[in-house]
Design a binder for this molecule. Sequence first.
Ligand SMILES: [Zn+2]
Length: 106
Amino acid sequence: MSLDLDAIKARAEAAIDGPWIADDVYVTTESGDLLSDAPDAAATAVFIAHAREDVPALVAEVERLRQHAHMVRQLHQQSTLTQSPYCAGCGDAWPCMTIRLLDGEP
Ligand SMILES: [Zn+2]
């Protein structure tokens, strides 16, 4: 199943700003207003209705990407064979570019 991220983002942006509070069977804003009474209620209802499929699909995608990152880390591990650390996967100085990118470093 492919994710339509543009559609998910559009639904999220059109919905009422959060955070929201579940109050028994009602959902309110932090100020206590019912979401169903807000001017953007229809767009928020669409967002909520799609959440049943969107959230599990997004979680599955995060899990898939984490598994891929884990596999890449397994290929790019620090070698302990020499005094100067290097990547056993690509041979570059440790940490290699691949590991730095996975860690969010430039
Ligand atoms: Zn490497």
